[in-house]
Design a protein around this ligand. Structure first.
Ligand SMILES: O=C(O)CCC(=O)C(=O)O
Length: 285
């Protein structure tokens, strides 16, 4: 597990579809993101900078337990935006993606004890780039272990560049998101990625990965996950009709490196912060 982006890091990313950068965030940065996570949850995802409390009278632990994952915290948090552009992370991105890199999504997992994981999936299934350049950067905000629900990966599963089919699933270990199936791997091929707080797991958008439930007795398995891609590719994602149009270009992006070849199109405010269902209240499909 290197603590700088070197040739081994890049070689492992290419070969296995993932690589870990230890100490991507300092302890102080991790603490800052965790206190920002609490502020966002307390504010009920309210974008206002003013101190609002949507959960008066509830302890911090009770508040955090109500949120499995917050989508798009970068839309309401300067701290989240700064981490999206973090120089150590951008350094890695320019090595595995290219000189021009844009971000389009952030997710802040709280995942307190008893909360579910996410079934096998490939992120390009959800965020389809046109040049297969999608990369996730999963930043541990607690030490991530098999007990508290670290990420598991199928090394090399990105290499064929194939998107496997997906279906709804009712497995109680997982949240409401669909699962991939029909791929030539079994759970025995999976490798847990146990990493210390502050480490960043870079992974290819075609890599099959999942997480299991936080089976710890107490505590969180927090992680901030940002998604990036080559700025040269259009992003046919989340158009207003919910269908795939190859020419559609999602323009609610954040440039983190280099130049935006489509800057002439301008930017739009499209992503709406929200939180993810975990089956406890049923899955709203
Ligand atoms: O952190 C987790 O539990 C799941 C994250 C994940 O699968 C993803 O970011 O694609």
């Amino acid at each position: 597990m290197p603590d700088s982006i070197d040739e081994d890091f890049v070689a492992q990313y290419v070969r296995d579809g993932f690589a870990v950068l230890r100490g991507a965030l300092t302890r102080a940065e991790v603490a800052e993101v965790n206190s920002e996570a609490l502020r966002i949850c307390r504010a009920g995802l309210n974008p206002s900078d003013e101190a609002t409390d949507a959960h008066p009278g509830q302890s911090d632990a009770d508040v955090l337990r109500q949120y499995l994952c917050i989508h798009h915290p970068h839309k309401i948090s300067e701290v989240a935006r700064q981490i999206m552009r973090h120089p150590r992370i951008v350094d890695g991105l320019t090595r595995v993606i290219g000189p021009n890199v844009k971000a389009m999504q952030s997710m802040l997992f709280i995942k307190s004890e008893g909360k579910p994981g996410q079934a096998w999936h490939q992120d390009e299934h959800f965020i389809p780039t046109r040049d297969r350049s999608l990369a996730g950067v999963w930043i541990a905000l607690d030490d991530a272990t098999t007990e508290n629900g670290c990420l598991w990966v199928l090394p090399g599963s990105h290499a064929r560049g194939v998107l496997y089919p997906d279906r709804e699933q009712t497995d109680e270990r997982f949240d409401c998101t669909d699962e991939a199936f029909g791929f030539p791997y079994t759970d025995d091929d999976a490798v847990p990625v146990e990493v210390p707080a502050g480490a960043a797991l870079f992974f290819n958008g075609y890599l099959l990965h999942r997480s299991l439930e936080n089976s710890g007795k107490h505590g969180y398995r927090r992680a901030l996950v940002n998604h990036y891609m080559s700025a040269e590719s259009l992003l046919p994602w989340q158009n207003s009709e919910g269908r795939y149009f190859a020419e559609y270009d999602f323009r609610d992006i954040v440039m983190v490196a280099g130049e935006d070849p489509y800057a002439y199109k301008g930017l739009r405010d499209l992503s709406v912060p929200g939180s993810r269902a975990d089956k406890s209240g049923g899955c709203d499909r």
